[in-house]
Design a protein around this ligand. Structure first.
Ligand SMILES: NC(=O)c1ccc[n+]([C@@H]2O[C@H](COP(=O)([O-])OP(=O)(O)OC[C@H]3O[C@@H](n4cnc5c(N)ncnc54)[C@H](O)[C@@H]3O)[C@@H](O)[C@H]2O)c1
Ligand SMILES: O=P(O)(O)OC[C@H](O)CO
Length: 350
């Protein structure tokens, strides 16, 4: 088989951690992959220098993943078309609000045989209401297949090589195995499943639940309340999948992309942390995102809005009280304390 060229589209906190893994695997398997791994970087000035230049000389993304060395053959490129033009495998890993714009730039500029995998957690609001999966945005814009990789993967822990797992969702078994060889390492273990929609839906929805978990932390509640949020959140995630994506399989929720990601994100994630601060300080979420995340992006509040657009369109807000409450708190129309009332009266208790 011809050696495959991998291109990473994105270079934030997770993008850089995954670049470490892909760069390592590309170097370790020259029989499978081209050793040079182009990585598209949204250009910005850091300490008076271009971020791409810093990455290509210091081999470190000093802004988004400080203290972690990247393989030398990961090459930062500021032009996304230039980065992706010869790629066989495109790894999409950028905050979901920027995907559409990037796909527009890539339209008609890729190898026709290219395949994609999305590591992006979130949805896009569809014209006329409802939501689109990010994999569908990629598939439809670029006319290439797109799998999903999601899991309990806080980027800094992965970058520090702490053992963890992830799930690849790919209907095409052969492509799933090919993608597994791109990502699997001794400390990053992959399970492939064919239920690709649930893998992706879990990754997006868990950020809404994490935001709820952060609100309860902000209110000063303890682990029992958080466990209830995780349980009710999981029930809503399952219901959302079964209602809107018929054919979803329950067993997929027991993979890393499901329960495991939900737990890690409700304890260790950025969404939880910022949501806690929101309740404690009363500052707007956007301001806290800027103050606390140094350029990293929060996915929970926009995803809650996207989910709400779907629920509103289908007149189903009251069937998903946790998802609905998170959106309303982010919008400032109810308080975090009122979310506890929504949970107290959750349909799961009837
Ligand atoms: N960070 C994690 O621990 C983690 C783990 C698993 C999955 N994810 C998911 O991976 C995806 C990417 O997250 P991340 O942590 O790599 O990103 P991030 O939160 O670090 O976001 C910063 C990135 O956004 C880019 N950016 C800023 N403005 C931009 C613009 N106008 N256009 C394009 N790009 C712009 C920055 O250059 C930077 O690369 C998200 O969907 C996230 O939910 C994150
Ligand atoms: O830091 P968060 O909340 O964006 O979560 C990070 C990852 O998605 C955890 O798997």
């Amino acid at each position: 088989m011809q050696r495959q060229k991998i291109c990473i589209i994105g270079s934030g906190n997770w993008g850089s951690a995954i670049a470490k893994i892909i760069g390592f695997n590309a170097e370790a398997h020259p029989e499978l992959f081209e050793t040079d791994v182009p990585m598209w970087v949204f250009e910005e000035q850091v300490n008076g220098h271009k971020l791409t230049e810093i990455i290509n000389t210091e081999h470190e993304n000093v802004k988004y993943l400080k203290g972690i060395k990247l393989p030398q053959r990961v090459i930062a490129i500021p032009d996304v078309v230039e980065a992706a033009k010869d790629a066989d495998i495109l790894v999409f890993v950028l905050p979901h609000q920027f995907v559409r714009g990037i796909c527009d730039k890539l339209k008609g500029k890729l190898k026709t045989s290219a395949v994609a995998v999305t590591l992006i957690k979130g949805f896009e609001i569809a014209e006329g209401g409802g939501i689109l999966l990010i994999s569908n945005v990629i598939r439809q814009s670029l006319n290439i297949p797109c799998a999903a990789l999601m899991g309990a993967n806080i980027a800094n822990e992965v970058a520090n090589e702490h053992y963890c797992e992830a799930t690849i969702g790919c209907q095409d078994k052969q492509l799933g195995q090919k993608l597994k060889s791109v990502f699997q390492t001794k400390y990053f273990r992959i399970v492939c499943v064919q239920d690709e929609t649930v893998v992706e839906v879990c990754g997006a929805l868990k950020n809404v639940v994490a935001t709820a978990a952060g609100f309860t932390d902000g209110l000063g509640y303890g682990d029992n309340t958080k466990a209830a949020v995780i349980r009710l959140g999981l029930m809503e995630m399952i219901k959302f999948s079964l209602v809107f994506y018929p054919g979803s399989k329950l067993e997929t929720f027991f993979e890393s992309c499901g329960v495991a990601d939900l737990i890690t994100t409700c304890y260790g994630g950025r969404n939880r942390r910022v949501a806690e601060a929101f309740v404690k300080t009363g500052k707007p979420i956007g301001q806290l995102e800027q103050e606390m995340l140094q350029g990293q992006k929060l996915q929970g509040p926009p995803t809650a809005a996207e989910v709400n657009s779907m629920l509103k369109t289908k007149n189903m807000e009251n069937k998903f009280p946790l998802f609905t409450a998170v959106h309303k708190i982010c919008q400032g129309t109810i308080t975090a304390t009122e979310m506890i009332e929504c949970l107290r009266n959750h349909p799961e208790h009837n």
